[in-house]
Each structure stands twice: as C-alpha cells, then as structure tokens.
Design a protein around this ligand. Structure first.
Ligand SMILES: [Fe+2]
Ligand SMILES: [Fe+2]
Length: 192
C-alpha cells in the first residue's frame, strides 16, 4: 500500500495526487458504510488514475501494443482509455490480481450496467471526493452517496453527460447505458 502511494505521488502532479488520496479515502469510507472491503476500496482508489498522466496519443499506442481493444468513442476521445490502461497497469506494474479491484479501475469513468458494490463505490468516490468543487449539484450528490449509491450514480451521470453535451464533447455510449440502467434501478428501489 505504501509503495502504491509513493508510486502515485511520483508519477502524478500535486493536484492529481491530492485527488487520488481523496478518492482512496472516500472509497474506503463508503466501503465501511455499505459493507464492502475497505482494503480493496483503498487500493482501487489509489490506483484508479494511475494511467491518467499518459497523453491521449500515448494511451492509444499503449493499448495497441498491449492488445487492449479501443472503441469508436475511445478512438475519438483517447483520454477515456486511462481507465482500461489503468487496470492493465494495476495488474502488470502494481501486482493487483483481484478482479473486482481491476474492474473498479477499468469502469471508473463510464461505469457499467450492474456494477459490483466496489465498482460503484469507486465510481461515486471519484466524483464526490473532497477535493472536487466545480460540479453544480455536488453537495446534494455527496449527501445522496451516504444513503443511495444508485441515486448518486444517476445524478453523477446526468450531470456529467449534461456537461459533456453542453461542451460538445465526445460521449461514450457506455455512459448512457450505465445511466439508463441505474435510472431503472433507482426507480425500482423507490417503488419498494
Ligand atoms: Fe479517471
Ligand atoms: Fe479520478
């Protein structure tokens, strides 16, 4: 754990490293709230952005060299690949073998349908960690994260997609699928 922390400190700038620590701490805390494995949450949080320092060009090249499939959206917005490349590095460079931890890293940007508890915790922690301050509904989403990960996931994706749409940026269809899935999930649990 110490080694992972030091490695991240070395490869990430000050701001990104602060974000990394924020995500690790938040994920570990949410794991305690929801009964997930705190150690795994901490590791996934520490490593989730381990490939983020790579440029888009480097990420595309990295994925090609290591046989990591690149989707159309990722081709257009290669920075999306830091999640997949990060999972690869977590395994090869940092010795993580746990599939759940690797998936939490792999899906932290877009989420996916039917995420595991750990995956969802890391996805939410990435957005609500204390260093974030720009998103408009942050206070509301932070509060929701304590009681419903499904509803927090819906709001995070609504706001992220809304922002990307307004910017005219590339939207990964995986994010839309995740949103749709959790809109249904949140509705169902609201009906119970
Ligand atoms: Fe990320
Ligand atoms: Fe992040």
């Amino acid at each position: 754990m110490e080694q992972m922390r030091d490695a991240m400190k070395k490869i990430q700038g000050e701001k990104r490293f602060a974000h990394t620590l924020g995500v690790a701490e938040t994920a570990s805390r949410l794991a305690a709230v929801y009964g997930a494995d705190r150690q795994k949450a901490l590791i996934a949080g520490l490593l989730h952005d381990c490939a983020k320092p790579m440029t888009g060009e480097k990420l595309l090249d990295f994925c090609k060299r290591h046989g990591i499939g690149v989707t159309e959206a990722e081709q257009k917005a290669p920075s999306l690949l830091h999640a997949k490349a990060g999972a690869y590095l977590a395994r090869q460079e940092y010795g993580v073998e746990d599939t759940d931890v690797l998936n939490a890293i792999r899906y932290h940007t877009t989420g996916r349908e039917n995420m595991s508890l750990l995956e969802q915790i890391v996805f939410v922690a990435d957005y609500v960690e204390p260093g974030r301050d720009k998103a408009p509904r942050l206070a509301q989403i932070r509060e929701m994260a304590e009681t419903s990960l499904d509803q927090a996931t819906v709001w995070i994706l609504e706001d992220t997609l809304g922002y990307l749409e307004a910017e005219g940026a590339v939207i990964d269809p995986a994010s839309r699928r995740t949103l749709q899935y959790y809109q249904n999930a949140a509705k169902k649990s609201g009906e119970k």
